[in-house]
Design a protein around this ligand. Structure first.
Ligand SMILES: [Fe+2]
Length: 554
């Protein structure tokens, strides 16, 4: 279900408030019209534009600044509880009140301290299953007089089988890259997500890049996570947030295993994520990674839960591969070693080399196609790991859900494309020459990942990484590449790696409606006010499709 009229009314108001003029207009709509809401064939890849200077980068629009002063993010929603994470930019104290009716709150939490800049989690317990709740945070300056009432937010506890509900998905937000991220556009997408009233929001990774950090320590590694708080809070204060790591988070086993600064990056990044965002740990409602890692504790990297008639599975591409999966941190690690630590720490400016590294990876991908390798890496060494695989197999095997949704940053966590590369390595069991060599490379694994998903009737596999909308199908499974939420140039990155399916340019998000009989996926557009016309508005439906249980398409 979409709400174009309501959304348009809302964004019209928002448009008047957001003044954005930091980037040159580059025939964006002409390009988008070329792609339109039809398949795009043979379009040339777009080159990244040099990053223009912008004083507005990563700052909320003026009318939304209050959300930066006090941000709320929901997480770990279950049938009986929800966790609210609050970060205040000034020392405050407050309490949550909540209830079943808007404006009428029957319960309240204890008074909590909100130290300046420190995340505080409050668990609201003893809730009713499958129930809509309304809540707000009432707070005052520490030691102050009157409490001020926060804005009313909402959440819905676990849906029962047979329910109708929606969830939202956004792709790589990349706030560190002004050439593909406009904060005003990002805010519009997130507000638009909220207008759809989804039960939760899934972010596909590359939302917390460490690429622009000039120094590395526990405090600086928190910056990508604090930067996103007010933005993600625009949606996540009413839609519990589910995160997965992308390659740019650099939270990986390969980095962890090094003896230089990369170890600190891996530890600091994952700790910061788990500190600022209430992601799930295995607890009876969620299953997942039960093996804590030294210096981090519970990774909270892969997990699964059931909601209504659907199973949701979040996979992690990076925490279980001893070999470097995608681009390395700085210039380190590109040699594809098996986790051996070399070199001395890089503390100054190393992150600025990340985008150049991406280009190198893309070029090495071209070389791989010609030579049959991936640079000098053997991608059989890239893995989700035995434990995660066996947990995934068991999770699919034991689920009786009509619909099954699987999320990972990308097939294998590296490479480009969707179904085009889904027959390779541990994902598809074949080598580059098309030989079936799976058993010798993955002894003890029942099937490659793709074939396992086919066997268990996975409905949609969602991935990010490639920065465009692409819907493909293989063996009854939809491979859905998720569009970017804030690409102000509205491009279809990496389209040349998608040889089939519906391929559309950015920006926007996916809204997925689940009913007992089918799943409907809507691609909802986001435009900057200056780029809107009578034919192209934020909230427009760019593409829509439906899927029946057992992947029989409507
Ligand atoms: Fe990305």
């Amino acid at each position: 279900m979409t709400h174009p009229v309501k959304r348009r009314d809302f964004v019209a108001m928002l448009s008047a408030a957001i003044a954005w003029s930091g980037f040159p207009f580059r025939s964006l709509l002409a390009q988008n019209e070329k792609a339109g809401d039809r398949n795009v064939e043979g379009e040339q890849p777009h080159r990244e534009q040099p990053a223009p200077p912008s004083e507005n980068q990563n700052v909320l629009p003026d009318d939304l600044k209050s959300y930066a002063l006090l941000s709320l993010v929901l997480g770990r929603i279950s049938d009986r509880s929800v966790t609210v994470s609050a970060v205040s930019q000034e020392a405050r104290e407050g309490y949550f009140e909540y209830g079943l009716t808007s404006g009428n709150y029957s319960d309240k939490s204890k008074i909590i301290d909100l130290p300046r800049g420190q995340p505080v989690e409050v668990v609201l317990r003893d809730l009713k299953p499958d129930t809509q709740y309304f809540y707000r945070l009432n707070s005052r300056l520490k030691g102050g007089a009157d409490y001020s009432h926060g804005e009313e937010c909402r959440f819905h506890t676990q849906r029962s089988p047979g329910s109708h509900f929606r969830f939202a998905v956004q792709g790589d937000s990349h706030p560190e890259r002004p050439q593909m991220h406009d904060p005003g556009l990002y805010a519009r997408t997130l507000r638009n997500i909220s207008m759809g009233n989804p039960d939760f929001l899934v972010c596909m990774g590359d939302d917390f890049s460490v690429a622009k950090l000039r120094t590395i320590d526990d405090e600086t590694l928190k910056q990508p996570y604090t930067l996103q708080r007010p933005f993600l809070g625009l949606a996540a204060r009413s839609a519990p947030l589910f995160l997965l790591n992308g390659n740019h988070e650099q939270a990986s086993l390969f980095n962890f295993n090094q003896t230089d600064i990369r170890h600190e990056v891996a530890v600091g990044a994952q700790k910061a994520r788990n500190l600022y965002y209430p992601t799930p740990t295995p607890d009876g409602f969620y299953s997942g990674n039960e093996h804590p890692l030294q210096s981090i504790g519970s990774l909270r990297d892969y997990y699964a839960w059931t909601w209504g008639d659907a199973l949701f599975v979040i996979l992690d591409n990076y925490w279980h591969s001893p070999t470097l999966v995608d681009s390395g941190f700085g210039e380190r690690g590109g040699n594809g070693g098996r986790g051996g630590g070399h070199g001395k720490g890089l503390r100054q400016g190393q992150g600025h080399q990340q985008e150049a590294e991406d280009t190198k990876v893309a070029k090495s991908e071209q070389g791989r196609k010609q030579s049959g390798g991936h640079g000098n890496r053997d991608l059989w060494d890239v893995t989700m790991g035995d434990e995660q695989y066996q947990w995934f197999r068991k999770t699919l095997e034991q689920s009786t859900a009509k619909f099954k949704f699987v999320f990972a940053h990308h097939v294998l966590g590296t490479n480009r494309g969707g179904v085009d590369v889904s027959d390779l390595y541990e994902w598809g069991g074949h080598d580059r020459q098309g030989n079936w060599v799976f058993p010798e490379h993955r002894p003890g694994w029942e099937l490659p990942v793709h074939q396992l998903m086919v066997k268990h009737g996975v409905t949609i596999f969602f991935q990010g990484h490639d920065h465009l909308f692409a819907k493909q199908e293989r063996d009854g499974i939809i491979y859905q590449e998720v569009p970017m939420p804030a690409d102000q140039f509205y491009r279809a990155w990496n389209i040349e790696h998608y040889g089939s399916g519906v391929r559309l340019p950015n920006s926007g998000h996916l809204e997925v409606s689940v009913s007992p009989h089918e799943v409907k996926v809507d691609y909802i557009a986001s435009f900057l006010p200056k780029d809107e016309t009578s034919l192209k508005r934020t909230g427009d439906l760019l593409h829509s499709y439906s899927v029946k249980p057992n992947a029989t398409h409507a």
